[in-house]
Design a protein around this ligand. Sequence first.
Ligand code: CA
Length: 219
Amino acid sequence: MRLLVVEDDDEIAEPMVRGLQRAGYDVDRVATGAEALAAAGADMVVLDLGLPDIDGFEVCRRLREKSAVPIVVVTARDEEADRVIGLELGADDYIVKPFGLRELIARIRAVWRRVSPGSDAVSSQSLGQLVIDRRTRKVFVGDDEVALTPKEFDLLALLAEDPGAVVRRQDILEDVWDAHWYGPTKTLDVHVASLRKKLGDPGWIETVRGVGLRLGQPA
Ligand code: CA
């Protein structure tokens, strides 16, 4: 899936673009409203409202006039009015700064599921030797398919949303198991051990003591 990121602030745009690329998206980035309106071929637009040339709401309205491309609006102000105006002008969702990459990806996925039911925003993500295909829920290391249980797959896919970033144990339990998980956290350790074994290198899943887990890159 091809994303167009419209953001004038390099300090926000650059890590965002890198993160989205690591998560498996094709990303184009522009810094002005005029460039956003001239760009073509995006499957979804992530649109900052505070742009140097054209007001973000106006960009949103004009984008919507010429296409049905899904738009996720990024705003610096958590104001009801902004949200309402954005949605009235045709934005599909909005996200308030500051936000984390996982939160942004969750919004992108949710919007994509709504506009394009049954297809995942990113089908295949490659991280070195590791390939994760969310559409078919298949995982490969090199050419070899790795047979994972549903929970093992969900755990790996969650960590792969932001490779290298630490995901807290509690967040993993809530995300992969249940929104309100009060069971033994040993369950997670058992799945991690099994996943490491199946992936053939414990370095894929790194434990950050006292915090959580992250996807690693074995040498
Ligand atoms: Ca801005």
